[in-house]
Write a protein that binds this ligand. Structure first.
Ligand SMILES: Nc1ncnc2c1ncn2[C@@H]1O[C@H](COP(=O)(O)OP(=O)(O)O)[C@@H](O)[C@H]1O
Ligand SMILES: [Mg+2]
Length: 210
């Protein structure tokens, strides 16, 4: 049986696609992995992966039909299925995905507005789905560590599970989609540090949810 993991947040720009592609690249080296891109019509994850001429170590499927997405759990040829989702709470594709996954990663930036928006989405959409989930802080700037700590505290106070790993902000991420490479293959300033964040997340995820 596949472990099906959605990467979601009702908002855009929170790091869903970056997290989906990075995790699939790391898990794909060891486990048979499929990435499902449900974010029509832009299909950003697919754009990224296709720019790499399918050299990434996982398979890609594009699907946004809610009727088919409700059957994601029946995909059984893979050990991991990572599902990138659209940036809208009202998306029928997102709602369908949430009915058919084992767990949900919720990436968010650390600003108060981002955290409050995610908390509201968790209460209205994620908790009612009954699926286990964890928030993930992304794009954390080393100069605003206090903001990250406040965000962490806000989740803890509401008893919302949160990964202890977090993803730091590095310029190198911006060029990866056009080059078609994942953070683990990137060569450049701070690429090792950036990749190590997602490797730690993959470790935490494997010990929590495998
Ligand atoms: N850790 C990070 N550090 C710096 N930039 C990042 C990081 N994660 C994502 N980004 C950038 O932020 C933007 C939004 O990220 P993306 O993963 O596309 O978000 P979403 O899929 O939630 O809309 C992209 O330009 C991406 O390259
Ligand atoms: Mg995206």
């Amino acid at each position: 049986m596949s472990k099906v993991i959605a990467v979601a947040n009702g908002k855009g720009g929170t790091g869903k696609t970056t997290t989906s592609v990075s995790l699939a690249s790391i898990l794909g080296k060891k486990y048979k992995t499929l990435l499902v891109d449900t974010d029509a019509p832009q299909y950003s994850a697919s754009y990224w992966i296709k720019n790499g001429e399918d050299r990434m170590p996982f398979d890609l499927a594009q699907e946004s039909d809610p009727n088919l997405l409700r059957q994601l759990k029946n995909v059984d040829d893979y050990e991991f299925v990572i599902v990138d989702t659209p940036p809208s709470r009202d998306s029928e594709a997102l709602k369908a995905v949430l009915t058919s996954v084992d767990c949900i990663i919720l990436p968010t930036q650390a600003s108060d507005l981002d955290v409050q928006a995610l908390l509201s989405t968790i209460h209205s959409l994620i908790k009612p789905s009954g699926v286990i989930y964890r928030a993930l802080l992304t794009q954390i700037d080393s100069r605003s560590i206090n903001e990250a700590l406040a965000a962490q505290q806000a989740f803890i106070e509401e008893e919302i599970p949160i990964f202890s790993s977090f993803i730091r902000n590095y310029k190198i991420y911006k060029n990866l989609p056009s080059k078609g490479i994942s953070i683990t293959e990137a060569k450049g300033k701070k690429s090792g540090e950036a990749a190590s964040d997602y490797k730690k997340l993959a470790q935490e995820l494997l010990s929590a949810w495998q």
